[in-house]
Structure formats: structure tokens, C-alpha cells
Design a protein around this ligand. Sequence first.
Ligand code: URA
Length: 186
Amino acid sequence: MLNELYQKIRDAFTDRELVLGEGNERADIMLIGEAPGRTEVELGRPFVGKAGKNLDMFLAHIRLRREDIYITNCVKFRPTRISEWGSVANRPPTPEEILAQRDFLMEEINIIDPKVLVTLGGVPLKSVMNDMGASIGAFHGRPCTGKSGRTLFPLYHPASIIYKRELAATYEKDMDRLAEYISALG
Ligand code: URA
């Protein structure tokens, strides 16, 4: 079923280099990031660049291994812009890009059928909540239920603490809460 979905996504975005989800297809925990970056596109895998190092630290903190979970992004290609120096840089996905891939993400969630969705940052929160106004500042660090009835545990994006050092303590506390939440799930 997952392979059929991956093919549908490839057919819908034939002009893009895609990075699809990977990991344990029977996972209780599904991690949803924003979109792949340059290294992810080069290697064709989610969360393997600098964000992957953050992810490894994150997994160690909540005492899980990469093979225990399923990891994907809500946008499967790298959104780019040309920087002021003329190089190719990342940019956040637009609401149109998020919405254009939302049905695929929902299908992916239904196939994996995890007990909890851990969204990393504002973009996957908006996508899963189907609310482009949902703000990570209001939802982070505690479980909530999306319109679909799925349980979400929103976290800040691990990369955001690099740019906003003041978030680091909050992020640690949120991860501790998530670890407690997961161990209570059994
Ligand atoms: N790499 C990913 O695969 N997703 C992100 O959200 C950031 C980096």
C-alpha cells in the first residue's frame, strides 16, 4: 500500500526530485517534518543532513531508535529560492504547496496508522490540523487532537533552536514531556 502511494506521489510530481518517507511501517510513532533540504535530496532520504544530527539527538533524548519510528515530511520536494548571493537556498513551503500534498500525507498517516503523530515545526502542524493559521507557539509540548481525530504531539522544529537559542530550554522540556507521554502509551 505504501509503495502504491509513493508511486502516486511520483506520478503527481514528475518534474521534482522527491524524498519520500522511510522507517518502520508498523511504528507507533510517526515523525512529520517540513520538507527535505539539499542533503536529503542528494541522498534521497528524510532527515539525513544537519537536521538529521538534530533528529538523532532528539531520538536519544526520547529513548527511541530511528528504526522504531516512521519519518516523513509534509512536503516531499525541496522548496528553494535564489539567495541574494545567487546560490540556491531553502525556503519555507507556501500554503499552496502544503495543501497540494496534504491528501498524500493523510493517506500516508492512515497506512502507517501510528498511535501518535509528532509534528516538527509549524508547517506539518498546519498541514495535519488542516489549519493554515495554527501556530506552533500555541500547540507545542502537549498532545492534542486534530480534526481527523488523530493524536498529535507538536514540537518546535529542531532546526529552529539553532536560530532561536531562547527556545532550547522549552524544546528540552517539550521532549521530556513527549518521552513521558510515549512511555505511558506502552
Ligand atoms: N530535513 C527533512 O527531511 N525535513 C525537515 O523538516 C528538515 C530537514
